[in-house]
Design a protein around this ligand. Structure first.
Ligand code: NAD
Ligand code: UDP
Ligand code: UDP
Length: 318
């Protein structure tokens, strides 16, 4: 087929979700033709409504567990509900999305010779025996638990990516993403950042699970998207898996206090039981990303939280 435009044609699956909508925006700004494919399982049209009039943006209601025959140059495979509340609602569909979705997108990449990016997760490390986890760590995952549809689904997708790479010479890019936050996070998905901000803005109690001494590291969405684009553009031999996240560690209590200060909130901190198997610590080792992508997060927690608070303020007022 003779092509008229020389714009890069990029497919973003899960493009109506939190991360996907920011990625679509970024790719349009870079002059790509963006096709967003989403079945709206956990994402919403509201996340991309501002892009619908863009001449180089196209929205396709599509479930990646079904084949998709189109012409593309690059594929970002993000389709999969990310929060436990969402992915445990229909665990069989979660595994299908991860596994059948990966097979279909890899088949599409094989036919079109497109480069393909996989949004994998720190959850592939499961309940790790070592801290922090380097990419060479194989993980410790329960194959039959409530989280397995997500963890094992993502692990199987990684296997498929590396087998298509070895067997069919596909150009693959596998990113293991750690906790990320920012505007367009789902307000009721139970994640700590959205929970605390919504609680603070509504003057409700802030629910600290345990005493709040457990730590997490939070990456602002713009920093993460920068890493996605760099990884996609990296030399062919860079396949990943590569950890992406922000290594700066905070206690959950510090997070609660910062949110309260930034919202000028009057909420009370209340302690609730710590969920079973709640990790004491999670911090990405991003040495490989620093070295191969010359990338590290730039946005400070307070700055990222302020932008996220502005978003939730508008959302709650609408
Ligand atoms: P999200 O739930 O906001 O977005 C996922 C999108 O995929 C949604 O729009 C949803 O409707 C869509 N989707 C789900 N199943 C689909 C299917 N079968 N066909 C087509 N579309 C489907 O989640 P997110 O936070 O934007 O996560 C995006 C990706 O990044 C996911 O693959 C997730 O596993 C991964 N990830 C995210 C984080 C994070 O901190 N946000 C961390 C690790 C990995
Ligand atoms: N596929 C797709 N779009 C394409 C090519 C393939 O959705 O453009 C799907 C198709 O459903 C197929 C899967 O990807 O089952 C895997 O494709 P592959 O060529 O690897 O395997 P095969 O077609 O031999 O099953
Ligand atoms: N958490 C909390 N209050 C909440 C939600 C979560 O104290 O309202 C804690 C939770 O127990 C965990 C941390 O915050 O220690 C991060 O939780 P989240 O579900 O956001 O992410 P993950 O545990 O997957 O890192």
């Amino acid at each position: 087929m003779v092509r008229v435009s020389n714009r890069k044609r990029v497919l973003v699956t899960g493009g109506a979700g939190f991360l996907g909508s920011h990625l679509c925006e970024r790719l349009l700004n870079e002059g790509c033709d963006v096709l967003c494919a989403d079945n709206f399982y956990s994402g919403t049209k509201d996340n991309i409504v501002h892009l619908l009039d863009h001449p180089h943006f196209e929205l396709l209601r599509h479930d990646v567990t079904f084949p998709l025959y189109i012409e593309v140059d690059e594929i970002y495979n993000l389709a999969c509900p990310a929060s436990p509340v969402h992915y445990q609602r229909d665990p069989v569909q979660t595994t299908k999305t991860n596994v059948h979705g990966a097979i279909n997108m890899l088949g599409l990449a094989k036919r079109t010779k497109a480069r393909i990016f996989q949004a994998s997760t720190s959850e592939v490390y499961g309940d790790p025996e070592i801290h922090p986890q380097q990419e060479s760590y194989w993980g410790r995952v329960n194959p039959i638990g409530m989280r397995s549809c997500y963890d094992e689904g993502k692990r199987c997708a990684e296997t498929l990516f590396f087998d298509y790479h070895r067997q069919h010479r596909l150009e693959i890019k596998v990113a293991r993403i750690f906790n990320t936050y920012g505007p367009r996070m789902h307000p009721s998905d139970g994640r700590v950042v959205s929970n605390f901000i919504v609680q603070a803005l509504q003057g409700k109690d802030i629910t600290l699970y345990g005493d709040g001494s457990q730590t997490r590291s939070f990456c602002y969405v713009d920093d993460l998207i920068e890493a996605f684009v760099r990884l996609m553009a990296s030399p062919q031999e860079v396949t990943g898996p590569i950890n992406l996240g922000n290594p700066e560690e905070f206690t959950i209590l510090e997070l609660a206090e910062t949110v309260l200060r930034l919202t000028d909130g009057k909420s009370t901190l209340v302690m609730q039981p710590l969920p079973q198997d709640d990790p004491r610590q999670r911090q990405p080792d991003i040495a490989l990303a620093r070295q191969t992508l010359d990338w590290q997060p730039k946005i400070r927690l307070e700055d990222g939280l302020s932008k996220t608070i502005d978003y939730f303020r508008r959302l709650l007022a609408s």
